[in-house]
Design a protein around this ligand. Sequence first.
Ligand code: NAD
Length: 363
Amino acid sequence: MTHTYSIQILAGDGIGPEIMAEVKKLIGWINSNTEININTRDGLIGGASIDTYGNPLDDTTLAQCRKADAIMLGAVGGPKWNDVEYNLRPEAGLLKLRKELELFANLRPALVFDALIDASTLKPEIVRGLDILIVRELTGGVYFGEPRGIEDLGNGQRRGVNTQVYETYEIERVARVAFELARKRGNKVHSCEKANVMESGKLWREDVTSLHAKEFSDVELEHMYADNCAMQLLRNPSQFDVIVTDNLFGDIISDEAAMLTGSLGMLPSASLGHVGSVALYEPVHGSAPDIAGQGKANPLATILSFSMCLRYSLNQGEIADKIEAAVKGVLNSGTRTPDIMADKCNQVSTSEMGDAIIAALDT
Ligand code: NAD
């Protein structure tokens, strides 16, 4: 039986269109070689949207995103739009998309491929076989809490204020995502906060504990202070399976965990909302204006994001497994874009890397 899905593509700026072209090749391969049929629609976001519509995310594009089964995004931003007003900057389009679609759970896997083990700054024996999933709360906490602002105290002094605030429903929904994902992986969740010094952290710990007791007692749960978690990630990262944490700590911990793997061009991400609603898949890196248009961009972070899309939004885990195996095979064969180039490997362009993945799928 043919399964038909629709994916909204937002390639964005800089290297966005180049890396997304390689995902389109994969979609073409899937449509020709499997029972899955994926229809795509292209839209604009970021600087490309500012140039056409005068804003970084047009309402028509947003409406199209809501109707799709999933959204694949490249990257936004670049020097051309540096002087645009803050709330109309390319990045504002991305923040609006996440907020409007209530994408409250940001998933960032930190996976070390054996072939790239030397790219990590940690010793190979520490990072070999590493497979961690960070689940970061994305729409609440100190980045959104009120009051916020900078106040002039009138005596030559100023006061900057941000508010860390979480309600039970926000904690429970992101923790539920983490527990459910852990069940499909190593069945272990570390929940990280600062319950020792922050009331919001105390609430986080209590709410996660009671949700665990009510619905997920089969999953192993450990609480850890966020500073200890940051330290343990460098000391003994393989103790972790799924880490769930708030927006601020997640921002820091997920970048730290990502760098255990050594290369920005290899890191995928997913942002999920309520069960059954549209989700967003994008590489962790930005639009890399320094290499845009030169065929140097590594498309694997975007290809691995597409694989997450197949797994989480389209429920096509089998084809996602195949794509991930193809990526591993291509890396093992020594095929490399410049960012992950190593001795005795074969350097290829963005589109040659995409072709190599297709060739690996064909074998
Ligand atoms: P960046 O991630 O774009 O680039 C950092 C470095 O990594 C650059 O040297 C770049 O060439 C390299 N790099 C990034 N992706 C790569 C890839 N796939 N293959 C090979 N090399 C790669 O970060 P930046 O330079 O700080 O930001 C550039 C622009 O991107 C800015 O406008 C920034 O605001 C934006 N940005 C967007 C996102 C997003 O769309 N989610 C995220 C981060 C930054």
